[in-house]
Design a protein around this ligand. Structure first.
Ligand code: ADP
Length: 299
């Protein structure tokens, strides 16, 4: 597992920015980290990247504890902070050279810088001052610096904020390409970004994790039906999988389940319940996409 966050809280003075957050990110996953402003996204990412300490809880990256192995972890993590603070007066290549020196890339340095310039499409701009670049190209420099030491895990804090639609598409494509080889955690408040780039989404609100869903689950919902069913007593999810046409089952707690299917399976659910002597107290359909889920969970 690449990132493990266990019961993490963060206090800024009396203010609780993170409240007992737990999640895991597996190797090779691209995970979207969604939440309204002030939800705690940047705080969580800074902690994972080893830039600030958590108040309590455990954070591990590739099995290393961020509290005690912060230096080693920085070698394994690439981090693009929010607002991408860059040395404006430096030239693109000079800046990447500077970052590469910090990571002590040695004789690989020149080759690695050239590779990053190529990967992020900075070729034409490589001899310009950072201050003179457009926002989209500055983001590319930010991503290039985050990747220069070939980290296994990439933490990108709002990488597409302020980009125009064309730049947005280009940076998203770049993130998708990078995600083929690396574990990526990406914060954003743009739903389409998560749908375009990520395999999974974590939603935070007021410092708490309020959802952890696979994008396949959400995609299934778009073209499919969603039915909430409440039974009168406990039923195992394994048993419910036997119902014809069920794509996925989400346990909602208190004997309630959500069934996702490609067609209307209310009849099948009802007949199944009768055949197994299960009593249905309530059954209702609903449509749901990522935006609906986000609004419901972050009000
Ligand atoms: P997000 O990235 O989701 O917008 P942040 O992690 O930046 O959220 O902030 C979470 C909460 O912590 C906010 O209420 C914010 O005001 C507060 N906060 C963030 N950084 C600091 C800080 N350095 N000092 C005090 N409060 C902070």
């Amino acid at each position: 597992m690449s990132v493990k966050v266990q019961e993490v809280s963060k206090l800024y003075g009396k203010q609780k920015a993170l409240d007992n957050l737990s999640f895991e990110i597996n190797q090779g996953e691209i995970v979207g980290f969604l939440g309204p402003n002030g939800a705690g996204k940047s705080t969580m990412m800074k902690i994972i990247a080893g830039y600030i300490p958590q108040t309590s809880g455990l954070v591990e990256v590739n099995g290393l504890d961020v509290s005690t192995d912060s230096l080693e972890i920085r070698k394994q993590i690439g981090y693009l902070p929010e607002n991408n603070p860059l040395y404006q007066e430096m030239y693109v290549k000079e800046y990447l050279d500077h970052v590469a020196s910090i990571y002590k890339l040695g004789k690989n340095k020149a080759k690695r810088i050239a590779e990053m310039i190529d990967l992020t499409g900075l070729g034409v701009e490589q001899n310009k001052k950072i201050a003179s670049l457009s926002k989209g190209y500055r983001q590319r420099v930010g991503i290039a610096q985050a990747l220069i030491h070939d980290p296994k895990v990439l933490i990108l804090d709002e990488p597409t904020t302020g980009l125009d639609p064309n730049q947005l598409l280009e940076i998203r494509k770049l993130i998708q390409d990078i995600g083929r080889e690396k574990t990526v955690m990406l914060s954003t408040h743009i739903m389409q970004e998560v749908e375009a780039c990520c395999k999974r989404v974590l939603i935070v609100n007021k410092g708490k994790l309020v959802a952890d869903r696979s994008i396949d689950f959400l995609a299934a919902n778009k073209s499919a039906q969603r039915i909430d069913v409440e039974f009168s007593s406990e039923v195992s999810a394994d048993l419910l999988q036997e119902i014809n046409g069920v794509v996925e089952i989400d346990a909602l707690g208190e004997n309630r389940y959500c069934f996702v299917s490609k067609t209307d399976i209310r009849k099948e659910v009802f007949q199944f319940a009768v055949s197994k002597n299960l009593v249905i107290l309530e059954m209702k359909t609903r449509s749901e996409n990522l935006e609906d889920i986000f609004h419901q969970l972050t009000l």
